[in-house]
Design a protein around this ligand. Structure first.
Ligand code: HEM
Length: 138
C-alpha cells in the first residue's frame, strides 16, 4: 500500500513539474533570443513618433548591452546588471505616465514584430511594470 502511495505521489509530482511554465529566460530564447528582442526594442523606440526623440543622443551599443543584462536578470537568467539604477538612468527626463504607456506600447509592437508570443510578452511586461515608479517623474 505504501509503495503504491509513493508511486502515485511521484507520478503527481512529475506531472506538476512537466506542466510548469518554462523559465521566462528560456521562453524568451535565452541569450540569443534576448539579443534579438533588444535589437527589436531599441529599433522600435527610435522609430516611435512620440518617444523617439528621447533616444536621439543614445549610445545604442551601451544601451543595448545594459538592456540585455537587465532583461536576462528579470527573466531569471542569472545575469549581473551593471548599468545605472532606474531612477538614475531616467533622472532629468521627467517622464510622464503617458510616455511610460507609449514605451510599453512600443515594446509590445517590437515583441510582436520579433515573433514573441503574447503570453511571453505579458510575462515580461509584468516583471517590468513594478519599475514604473522608479522611472517616471525623475
Ligand atoms: C520598466 C521600464 C524601463 C526599463 C526597464 C528601462 C531600462 C533602461 C536602461 C537599462 C537604461 C540604461 C541605463 C544606463 O544608462 O546604465 C535606460 C535608459 C534610458 N531609458 Fe529607460 N527603461 C524603462 C522605461 C523608459 C521609458 C518609459 C522611457 C521613455 C519613454 C525610457 C527612456 C530611456 C532613455 C531616453 C534612456 C537614456 C538613453 C541614453 O543614455 O541616451 N525608459 N532605460
Amino acid at each position: 500500500m505504501r509503495a503504491i502511495l509513493a508511486t502515485m505521489m511521484s507520478l503527481l509530482l512529475a506531472a506538476c513539474a512537466s506542466t510548469r511554465e518554462p523559465r521566462l529566460y528560456d521562453a524568451l530564447g535565452g541569450e540569443a533570443g534576448i539579443a534579438k528582442l533588444v535589437d527589436a526594442l531599441v529599433a522600435e523606440y527610435h522609430a516611435d513618433a512620440k518617444i523617439g526623440f528621447l533616444f536621439s543622443e543614445t549610445d545604442d551599443a551601451y544601451f543595448k548591452a545594459r538592456l540585455r543584462e537587465q532583461l536576462c536578470l528579470v527573466s531569471d537568467g542569472g545575469c549581473d546588471y551593471t548599468g545605472l539604477s532606474m531612477a538614475e538612468a531616467h533622472s532629468g527626463m521627467d517622464l510622464s505616465e503617458a510616455q511610460f504607456n507609449d514605451f510599453v506600447d512600443a515594446s509590445r509592437r517590437a515583441m510582436t514584430r520579433a515573433g514573441f508570443p503574447i503570453g511571453v510578452q505579458n510575462r515580461l511586461l509584468a516583471r517590468l511594470a513594478p519599475m514604473r515608479g522608479e522611472v517616471i517623474h525623475q
